[in-house]
Design a protein around this ligand. Structure first.
Ligand code: FAD
Length: 390
């Protein structure tokens, strides 16, 4: 018997990273393993996340809006941000969701499309985790097709009055600020909504079988009166929200493969120590075929994520390329999680091991930030020139 290699060694993954990136990855991995992993199964079981405390710790770690410049943000590379997402999601997709929604959706929208006053008011507090942000685009009747949204903002003198309902909003009921997208006479516009504004409420959605260590809520806007200055001045039409979604999807390309890696490592470890028919499960050819096939997919997923990271750092990454990464890495991560579950047998269905928790979480990851079908349509359009969305 020879010494087993890690997936990282098999694919020589570290040869593709700079020393600083490896250091950031290892710091986030240590935090995730020490601070989150011991508790996350219980949070998942209880359907409760100590989000306020966690946000402050994640802020101190520097991962909230970590790829943004200024305003208290860490200003790291896209690849470094991706590696942080990978390590957070290796522990639980819900924790990575908190970070993605805060940094890539809420903070990115204000950073990219906001005015100086909005940036000064919210970004430093969001970067430190003192404040929590959410992003309201999806509605009960409009998910994949946000252009149809019914939430509207109407002028009343200089003020805006917002009415409507948003659905499935991560961080919604714990947020201090919501970036809300609404129809106006001038098309879809974004609004920075302090959640203590009268008329705003965010009932939490319960009974989820997935992302239980993550807060998901409805947003109800019932005559929410905002000053003229609440509108994001630069974003017009769907370009605003879609640019933010593209940022969050990029994090998922890395994150999902982190969940897959954790499943695979758990399954290999289990197979080495579990004896069936008098020898380790890992010593059977059928098990090794499963492990080898999964390792190939998880390794390729890393390579794809790193490649997209480098493209993004060079300012060359296109939305359809993010679709390739999100479609492949989430789809393969779910397949890996399910296959790993078979290796763990009955133990695989419990929360004692992370595998089924990851598998269930990945069902949400497959759906949010563009479903796999929407990404197939995006890639199909890029390759054929034909839009087949409707
Ligand atoms: C846990 C969780 C957290 C979320 N967090 C947020 C958040 O923070 N902010 C936010 O705004 N949203 C959030 N979402 C919402 C998410 O983005 C939407 O669920 C997603 O866009 C899909 O919309 P839908 O659920 O309405 O499905 P639908 O759009 O109704 O789609 C149903 C099915 O139809 C398919 N479909 C759609 N269009 C086509 C087509 N043209 N051709 C073929 N098939 C098609 C879809 O792929 C899907 O399989 C979250 C969702 C979840 C589950």
């Amino acid at each position: 018997m020879s010494d087993p290699q890690s997936l990282t060694q098999l694919f020589a993954l570290d040869s593709l990273l700079e020393p600083e990136e490896i250091q950031i990855r290892d710091t986030v991995r240590k935090f995730s393993n020490e601070r989150i992993r011991p508790h996350v199964a219980q949070w998942f079981e209880d359907g409760k996340l100590p989000a306020r405390d966690l946000a402050k710790e994640l802020g101190a770690l520097g991962v909230l809006g970590m790829h943004l410049e200024g305003y208290g943000c860490a200003g790291m590379s896209a690849t470094a941000y991706g590696l942080a997402c990978l390590e957070l999601e290796a522990v639980d997709s819900g924790i990575r969701s908190l970070v993605s929604v805060q940094g890539s959706l809420a903070m990115f929208s204000i950073h990219r499309w906001g005015n100086e006053e909005q940036k000064q008011e919210w970004l430093p507090r969001l970067a430190s985790g003192e404040a929590i942000g959410c992003f309201g685009l999806t509605e009960p009747d409009f998910g994949s097709n946000p252009a149809g949204m019914r939430t509207n903002a109407k002028r009343d003198g200089d003020d805006w009055i917002l009415n409507g309902t948003k659905m499935w909003i991560t961080n919604g009921s714990i947020a201090d600020v919501a970036v809300v997208w609404a129809q106006t006479d001038d098309g879809i516009r974004g609004f920075v909504v302090p959640t203590d504004t009268p008329g705003f409420s965010a009932p939490e959605i319960h009974s989820k079988m997935s992302l239980r260590a993550s807060v998901t809520s409805e947003l109800v806007l019932d005559g929410v009166r905002l000053p003229a200055s609440a509108m994001l001045p630069v974003a017009k039409g769907l370009r605003g929200p879609l640019s933010a979604l593209n940022e969050a999807r990029f994090g998922i390309v890395f994150g999902a493969i982190g969940a897959a890696r954790d499943c695979l490592e758990t399954a290999i470890d289990y197979a080495q120590s579990r004896a069936v028919f008098d020898k380790p499960l890992a010593a059977y050819q059928l098990t090794q075929a499963k492990i080898a096939d999964m390792a190939v997919e998880v390794g390729k997923g890393h390579l794809l994520a790193y490649h997209l990271g480098r493209l993004k750092d060079r300012g060359e990454l296109r939305p359809e390329q993010v679709s390739v990464g999100k479609l492949n890495n989430v789809r393969e991560a779910i397949a890996v999680a399910r296959e790993c579950r078979t290796i763990l047998g009955a133990n695989g269905i419990t929360l004692e091991y992370p595998v089924m928790r990851h598998a269930n979480n990945l069902e949400s990851v497959l759906t949010y930030e563009g479903t796999s079908e929407v990404h197939q349509l995006t890639i199909g359009k890029a390759l054929t020139g034909e839009a087949a969305f409707r």
